[in-house]
Design a protein around this ligand. Structure first.
Ligand SMILES: *Cc1c(COP(=O)(O)O)cnc(C)c1O
Length: 228
């Protein structure tokens, strides 16, 4: 075992224990979309060795927020480890859609019609079906990407009309406010639209997110330590 693998194993076990405890905690009526929450290890700013160490411990889902950084790390990693499911959790520009469709398995950040159209066309061209989520700017923060809450229904309807497979919603609530009301809004809207996935919760709030029905939590620093 390498020097860094040992603390990683401990952190991974702690996080999985916390996830299981949060899942069984009832929050009034237990909020669940029916699926056990999945841990996505966020590896932006982390070296390939960190991914390798996590793979050796059984983690299969990884998240990156930039197409270019992900290509540098994951093209080789995916060739060696076909079990990897790679999630794009950062904003996607239409000029990077081709590379994103070739590399990723799940896109969490569909936030406008033009991007949805471009993803659909590229998926057909490459004959590769990726799962997609709509990112919602739940706090209506000008610096954040994501569709505004009031425009979400129209974007979802558009994605369904063009047959882009939307499985759920993703969001990053405002950093300086309690996240629970935002998680509750996301849960309610996922239910209302028959969506089965909710990507919410990061290092600081994944336990709360799970109590509010998260099916994917995106954990970086709590798992891998500070980013370089
Ligand atoms: C970086 C990032 C994360 C992980 O954040 P941590 O606080 O390090 O757990 C989760 N989601 C998104 C969208 C991110 O960009």
């Amino acid at each position: 075992m390498s020097l860094s693998a040992e603390p990683l194993a401990g952190r991974l076990k702690t996080i999985i224990d916390q996830m299981e405890r949060s899942k069984s905690a009832t929050h009034g009526e237990a909020l669940s979309l029916g699926r056990a929450p999945r841990l996505i290890g966020v590896t932006k700013g982390q070296p390939t060795e960190a991914v390798e160490a996590a793979l050796a411990l059984g983690l299969t889902d990884f998240g990156e927020n930039r197409v270019q950084e992900a290509q540098g790390k994951y093209e080789a990693l995916k060739a060696r480890h076909p079990q990897i499911r790679l999630h794009l959790i950062g904003p996607l520009q239409t000029n990077k859609v081709k590379e994103a469709v070739a590399l990723f398995d799940v896109i969490h950040t569909v936030d406008r019609e033009k991007l949805a159209d471009s993803l659909k066309a590229e998926m057909e061209k490459q004959r590769r079906t990726l799962q997609c989520l709509i990112q919602v700017n739940v706090g209506e923060e000008p610096q954040k990407s994501g569709v505004l809450p009031q425009d979400m229904d129209a974007l979802l309807a558009h994605c369904r009309a063009i047959n882009l497979p939307i499985l759920g919603l993703m969001a990053v609530p405002p950093a300086d406010l309690p996240p629970a009301p935002y998680f509750a809004w996301l849960y309610k809207n996922a239910r209302a639209h028959d969506l089965s996935e909710l990507s919410m919760g990061m290092s600081n709030d994944f336990e709360t997110a799970i109590r509010f029905g998260a099916t994917m939590v995106r954990v970086g620093t709590a798992l891998f330590g500070e980013r370089s």
